[in-house]
Design a protein around this ligand. Structure first.
Ligand SMILES: [Zn+2]
Ligand SMILES: [Zn+2]
Ligand SMILES: [Zn+2]
Ligand SMILES: [Zn+2]
Ligand SMILES: [Zn+2]
Ligand SMILES: [Zn+2]
Ligand SMILES: [Zn+2]
Length: 390
């Protein structure tokens, strides 16, 4: 909040009250000073009779005192001066006075200092204010109903979607450094991938999904990109974790509608998989992994790692294995794959989950804590009674 400072020119009003009450120390009779000739500093004539002496030593005859207007600041007669808002001020006071930075009025009596600028009472009352710093404004930027000074317009954050300045509460989402206004975060349609508010620049896919520009930019759009992601996943799963996945396991990139249909059609392993983004399907000896199209690259890597772990499990884990172990290990592999390739942000989203995936992941991580990373697969296999080799 801006600081208001009230300045008051107290000294001059004191001086004024001395004059008005005709304090005796300033009032002199001519008979006391008959030997010296005194002249009035205002009409420059010799004074006969009573006169006054101001603090600065100037003498005022009674005629000047009674006929000339008195300066509203110092109280002395005004021969040449200016009038401001119906009040008269002498040149001496004008020369010393500060001026309002907005209307250039001379500042007598109360005035204010707001944001380093001097403001007269009139400007303080009448000028529009900056919606952010409350400073009076002569020029401003009007954004929606907000008036902003140029400093604030430059400094303030803007909503990532509607670009309005964020002057009230704003919203942020995990793993995203953008800020959103209240309206955009509560009323806008969301991106089907990252679930963040959709901007005007977004994409609608043929299967009905809407994607934000950011997700689309990172999306796996070509078979070559999908192959690259799959190669990275295999390099880690087979190379580092020595998980041998059945050769011939097919990857199919499908749209969201196809994936939803497949999920509805199956009973058995994988049908409770909440991940609408990927699916492992076994039909006898035929292993298929389905992954939703247009996933951002790092998410695609995570889904591939998860589903290919299911393919590996399908040849080894007993049918009745707890979902906590099945999904937990698939998530752990996905999590480790992401970290291995430096996709820390995507990995932290996995760790944040509270459902069976998150719980399962923490169960496997407890095994990792106890036996070390290299022993995780072997220990989990042992615990679930897996058959065969890795
Ligand atoms: Zn005079
Ligand atoms: Zn004056
Ligand atoms: Zn002013
Ligand atoms: Zn401002
Ligand atoms: Zn907005
Ligand atoms: Zn998105
Ligand atoms: Zn799963």
């Amino acid at each position: 909040m801006p600081q208001f400072q009230l300045f008051s020119l107290l000294c001059v009003s004191l001086c004024l009250s001395y004059m008005v009450t005709g304090c005796h120390s300033f009032e002199r009779g001519s008979n006391e000073s008959e030997t010296t000739m005194v002249s009035c500093d205002f009409c420059h004539t010799t004074i006969h009779g009573k006169y006054f002496t101001a603090e600065d030593g100037r003498n005022v005859c009674l005629r000047c005192r009674n006929s000339l207007p008195a300066c509203k600041s110092c109280g002395l007669p005004v021969t040449k001066g200016i009038e401001q808002n119906g009040r008269v001020f002498c040149q001496e006071c004008i020369a010393k006075a500060e001026r309002c930075d907005f209307c250039a009025a001379y500042l007598f009596g109360e005035y204010y200092k707001i944001g380093g600028q001097l403001v007269c009472a009139g400007c303080k009352k009448n000028l529009p204010r900056c919606s952010r710093c409350n400073r009076p404004l002569q020029e401003y930027l009007l954004v929606a109903s907000y008036k902003l000074c140029f400093t604030c317009a430059h400094e303030v954050d803007h909503c990532a979607v509607c670009q309005l300045p964020l002057l009230e509460r704003y919203f942020e989402f995990p793993n995203d450094n953008r800020k959103f206004c209240k309206t955009c975060s509560s009323e806008r349609n969301r991106c089907d991938i990252c679930t963040l508010p959709l901007g005007t620049l977004h994409h609608r896919l043929r299967d009905g999904r809407t994607m934000c520009a950011q997700c689309m930019q990172q999306a796996v759009k070509t078979p070559a990109m999908a192959q690259k992601a799959l190669r990275q996943v295999f390099d880690y799963l087979e190379g580092k974790l020595t998980l041998h996945i059945r050769p011939g396991t097919q990857l199919q990139i499908v749209d969201a509608r196809t994936l939803a249909r497949l999920r509805q059609s199956i009973r058995g392993h994988g049908d409770q998989d909440r991940r609408a983004l990927g699916l492992f399907l076994r039909k006898g000896d035929k292993f298929d992994v389905y992954v939703e199209s247009f996933l951002p690259y790092s998410l695609c890597v995570a889904v591939l790692a998860h589903e290919y772990t299911h393919a590996w499990q399908a040849d080894r884990f007993p049918q009745n294995t707890s979902q906590l172990w099945v999904e937990g290990l698939a998530e752990w592999v996905a999590y480790e794959t992401l970290l291995h390739y430096g996709y820390d942000k995507q990995a932290s989203l996995i760790a944040r989950q509270q459902d069976v995936y998150g719980q399962g992941l923490r169960k496997v991580q407890a095994v990792e804590q106890k036996y070390g990373k290299s022993q995780v697969i072997a220990k989990v296999m042992e615990m679930v009674g897996a058959k065969g080799k890795r």
